[in-house]
Design a protein around this ligand. Structure first.
Ligand SMILES: Cc1cc2nc3c(=O)[nH]c(=O)nc-3n(C[C@H](O)[C@H](O)[C@H](O)COP(=O)(O)OP(=O)(O)OC[C@H]3O[C@@H](n4cnc5c(N)ncnc54)[C@H](O)[C@@H]3O)c2cc1C
Length: 459
């Protein structure tokens, strides 16, 4: 722990978002002292740019009981995605399995802070973490904060970075000699923007998440109904593409949709999100990164709330184990990496392959192909694993998708490589010892992916 610190804690968590609150609640529930530092005010905390779609909340970590987040779930009737492809005069309705809710995101943010507070975590607002302290061996021993102009040194056995996308903490840590992933750049991120729009009459798709492609690879508009009359409308694009005028494109689309005639905008916000593979390693001595700060986001949908909740809980549990073992060295924190990869990291890394492919194919071809496929079967293919389409249907798909066969061939080859990558991530090493070899083999698979898809290397 830092010598000469103004105060010391077992664990300091930077950021009071989903990842930070689940980490803090986990640690506090176990009886350890944990302090959450948040740059926003107490009232503004939890107010972030988001699509507000919460998937799988029934299975969220128990550190914050579900009863805390239920009051923020304003729409629990959503059971399918509605994919609008106007260029091909098609609307696909695809059922979504499992629980899905659209939430009042600010309220949800405040609810999880209540959950972590009731578990025993301490919070300090209006406090910007500007950097970290490291000892001579490179172990992170605390953070340096600024609040109302005053600097303060706060010591901790473990620092958890839950400061979101492009966290500034990671610019300050000297990661030399650690496994922590520093192969991170803004062009692996997505820039996104959303408005909360109030309409006068209930929309006819209150039970659906509406998606519509933008005229740009890897970009889409969304309309998610918080209620029948309060809609979260937003869009995003991958930052390795030409910049898009997000506000203008959204405004144009809203103007063209009759449901939004006479609508009023209640709130506007934009942010970056990591539409990339999860960090290869999110640990360094005395330091763990969670949620967006470690790219724990589904790179094809941008959904990151569930990944943030789970990685927060796993990091909290690992911090406790390390403190109890009397060492916060990298190998004492390693199991955290393994648990993330095992639960969702491997799958997200494989999904990233389709993101990479989408930068190399014509988006109109992709939409044309989607429009040619029957929605129900597409849903089964997406969620059900193997499907027996039956000969009649196969023949129909073959006829309808004529003209897209080359693209189907590319998709098939890409899927084979994504499967190979997934199998490799499932062999994620059990300690830092096997890490360099594991990375080298992964990079060889990635080279073949760039080669077959024709995409520019992303990493
Ligand atoms: C426009 C948009 C739409 C999205 N839509 C969805 C969706 O519909 N469903 C979904 O599941 N996910 C969605 N996501 C992703 C999801 O919002 C994130 O993955 C998730 O919120 C990550 O949580 P987090 O706790 O890691 O980070 P955050 O929620 O970003 O929390 C980080 C916290 O750290 C604080 N902080 C940052 N730096 C400092 C500092 N230096 N000192 C002190 N405090 C600091 C911030 O103020 C913030 O409170 C969307 C993201 C965007 C941008």
């Amino acid at each position: 722990m830092a010598t000469g610190a103004d105060e010391t804690w077992d664990v300091v968590v930077v950021g009071a978002g989903t990842a930070g609150n689940y980490a803090a609640a986990t640690i506090a529930n176990a009886g350890y002292d944990v302090l959450v530092l948040e740059r926003k005010s107490e009232t503004e905390a939890g107010h972030i740019a988001c699509g507000d779609a919460l998937k799988g909340a029934t299975d969220f970590p128990e550190a914050i009981p579900r009863s805390y987040i239920e009051p923020a779930m304003t729409n629990t009737e959503v059971d399918h995605g509605r994919f609008e492809i106007p260029e091909h005069d098609t609307v696909l309705e695809i059922p979504v399995p499992g629980e899905l809710a659209v939430v009042d995101r600010w309220k949800y943010g405040q609810c999880i802070i209540d959950g972590a507070t009731d578990a025993g975590a301490a919070f300090r607002y209006d406090t910007v973490v500007q950097g970290v302290e490291q000892d001579d061996d490179g172990t992170v021993t605390g953070v340096i904060t600024r609040r109302n102009g005053d600097a303060r040194h706060i010591g901790a056995d473990v620092v958890i970075d839950a400061a979101g996308a492009l966290s500034i903490l990671q610019d300050d840590v000297d990661f030399d000699g650690t496994t922590f992933d520093t192969n991170v750049s803004y062009d692996q991120f997505c820039s996104a923007y959303r408005e909360i729009v109030e309409v006068t009459e209930e929309v006819p798709w209150k039970d659906a998440l509406v998606f519509k492609p933008t005229q740009r690879a890897a970009g889409y508009l969304w309309y998610f109904p918080r209620t029948g009359t309060e809609i979260n409308a937003g869009l995003g694009f991958q930052m390795n593409e030409e910049p898009m005028e997000l506000v203008e494109v959204l405004k144009r689309d809203l103007r063209e949709r009759e449901e939004f005639a006479g609508a009023t905008v209640k709130d506007k916000r934009g942010a970056a999100l990591p539409t990339r593979r999860p960090y290869d390693s999110a640990v360094a001595p005395g330091f763990l990164a969670v949620g967006d700060a470690a790219a724990h986001v589904n790179p094809t949908t941008g959904g990151g709330i569930a990944g943030a909740a789970y990685s927060g809980a796993y990091a909290g549990e690992q911090a406790i184990r390390a403190i109890e073992a009397g060492t916060v060295a990298e190998d004492a924190l390693w199991t955290y990496n393994e648990r993330v990869m095992d639960h969702f990291g491997a799958r997200y890394a494989a999904l990233d392959v389709y993101n990479i492919l989408s930068t190399a194919v014509d988006v109109d071809d992709l939409m044309g192909l989607l429009a040619a496929l029957p929605g129900q079967k597409l849903a089964e293919a997406l969620y059900g694993g193997t499907t027996d389409l039956g000969w009649g249907l196969k023949a129909r798909i073959a006829v309808d998708s004529f003209g897209y066969w080359r693209l189907i061939g590319r998709l098939y080859k890409t899927k084979q490589l994504a499967d190979e990558l997934l199998a490799h991530y499932e062999r994620y090493p059990a300690s830092p010892d096997g890490f360099a070899d594991w990375q080298a083999e992964r990079d060889r698979i990635m080279d073949r992916i760039y080669d077959r898809t024709g995409a520019e290397p992303k990493y």
